[in-house]
Design a protein around this ligand. Structure first.
Ligand code: PMP
Length: 308
């Protein structure tokens, strides 16, 4: 995926607008106080390349509402309108050999310090080739993930990415692909755009959101899948050296799916264990090749019915 793509269209409050014409005023609180909340939603083609579906729209709508509500941003669109917007944009931008990643963002356009707040819902979408990503090499950054008392970290707000950007720049200069960010207590929080999973003695472990990580939809789904498959899955704090000493490590997120990590600060991980299996099951589930009763997803063909 690259957000450097220039697609022909974006969707602004339900209307198609040429991508390069979408504007925001310099005085908008989205710019003056970083007041924007967003989602990353992925739509998948099935394996045969015949049916394109968005499997998790409800989960993303609910989290967007939670993010907006925390920042006192009114949400003036229903779930049905949200979904119809994604489908409308997909109808314009979808190509047969690529999946699509949507970025619905609520930008605060009017209001001041929480008075008379109004936000636009802008949805952009970018094509993603269906390639297997290489395992990632990570380094621990010296930048910390904000604590819940400084900036809400559970929800998805643009402000959180100021620190993430610093972290990514720091470790990329050192030759790594991405950073592990620690929280203010020095324990593992997450990567710059994904959550962290490790395997220790046959158990999959990830930090709870109280460790300053995003309330990840992918982690929820992976937990549901792991439970269905009988893989032990725990949410508990993880120390830095525990992660370094783990057997396996992976990054979980809508874009990352479950990307394996090959090394952290020069320490190598097994790439053939539980996380590799979990990754396969997750992709089969998204593309409709696997159905698990304990994992609730939107039905296949929700979107392509209207496109084809
Ligand atoms: N943490 C951060 C900082 C992220 O940007 C993302 C990607 N949205 C995640 C975690 C994973 O969240 P999700 O599974 O909901 O995509």
């Amino acid at each position: 995926i690259s957000q450097l793509q220039t697609p022909p269209w974006a969707l602004v409050n339900g209307e198609l607008v040429p991508y390069t014409d979408v504007k925001i005023h310099i005085g908008a609180e989205a710019l003056t106080r970083a007041l924007s909340v967003f989602e990353g939603v992925k739509g998948y083609w099935d394996t045969a390349g015949e049916v394109f579906s968005i499997r998790t729209p409800r989960r993303h709508y609910d989290r967007l509402r939670r993010s907006a509500s925390l920042f006192h941003i009114p949400v003036r669109f229903s779930y049905d309108q949200f979904l119809a917007g994604l489908e409308k944009l997909a109808g314009e931008l979808l190509v047969t050999d690529k999946d699509l990643w949507f970025r619905p963002t609520m930008y605060v356009t009017h209001g001041h310090w929480g008075e008379a707040t109004e936000a636009d819902l802008v949805v952009t979408a970018f094509s993603q080739r269906k390639l297997d990503p290489d395992p990632m090499r990570l380094g621990v950054t010296s930048w910390r993930r904000a604590s819940d008392l400084v900036l809400p970290t559970r929800v998805k707000s643009s402000a959180n990415y100021v620190g993430a950007r610093m972290a990514r720049i720091e470790v990329r200069r050192l030759g790594y692909d991405d950073a592990i960010m620690l929280n203010d207590a020095g324990r593992v929080a997450e990567a710059t755009g994904a959550c962290v999973l490790m395997v220790q003695r046959g158990r999959i472990v990830t930090p709870p959101t109280s460790e300053s990580c995003l309330d990840s939809i992918t982690v929820d789904i992976l937990e549901e899948v792991a439970k269905e498959l009988g893989m032990p899955f725990d949410r508990r704090p993880i120390e830095r050296t525990e992660l370094l000493a783990a057997d396996e490590c992976g990054l979980a997120g809508t874009i990352s799916e479950l990307t394996l990590v090959s090394e952290l600060d020069g320490v190598e991980y097994d790439q053939t264990g539980l996380l590799a299996q979990l990754r396969q099951r997750y992709l089969e589930l998204m593309r409709g090749d696997l159905v698990l009763p304990g994992v609730e997803l939107a039905p296949l063909a929700d979107v392509s019915r209207q496109l084809l």
